[in-house]
Design a protein. Structure first.
Length: 159
């Protein structure tokens, strides 16, 4: 069973998002040992100032990398990443997770991820060229991870 670390920045504020995330966490227990690390989003005094945003992302990046278990392959969700089908993602989960039994994923804040985190990633993953709210992305990712494990297990959930 893989040990999966999901590192996220920011909180799930809406009850319906928290409930959906909990549903997929429960389902995932069959397939992996999921550990979540939720980091606070850095405050930015002037969100129109690119230097202030870059500094906040840098601080978040340091915390993300510090939370990453040593030697664990990291998959960073970012718009510049590679788009994969569900089957390709399931194969990647197996390929990276089977090596040492551990795998980590990171979902950044509303401003994204620092360059340092993207550079540290074994795989950069993109859902779409479109932008999604990071809170919604957490639920979507948990469903995607659950789907990947059901594909790997030959279960009927994936259609």
């Amino acid at each position: 069973m893989h040990r999966v670390t999901l590192i996220t920045v920011g909180t799930l504020k809406e009850p319906y998002l928290r409930e959906a995330a909990e549903e997929y966490r429960t389902r995932l227990r069959t397939f992996c040992d999921l550990r979540e690390v939720n980091l606070p989003e850095e405050k930015i005094a002037d969100e129109d100032d690119p230097r202030a945003v870059a500094a906040a992302l840098s601080r978040e990046g340091e915390k993300i990398l510090a939370a990453l278990p040593q030697g664990t392959p990291l998959v960073a969700l970012c718009v510049e990443g590679k788009q994969l089908s569900s089957e390709e993602f399931a194969e990647a989960v197996g390929r990276y997770g089977d090596v040492g039994g551990t795998l980590a994923f990171v979902i950044g804040s509303s401003h994204g991820l620092s360059p340092a985190v993207k550079e540290a990633a074994t795989l950069r993953l993109s859902y779409s060229k479109m932008t999604f709210p990071h809170q919604l992305m957490r639920v979507l990712f948990l469903e995607t991870l659950y789907r990947a494990y059901t594909i790997r297990a030959g279960k009927k959930y994936h259609k």
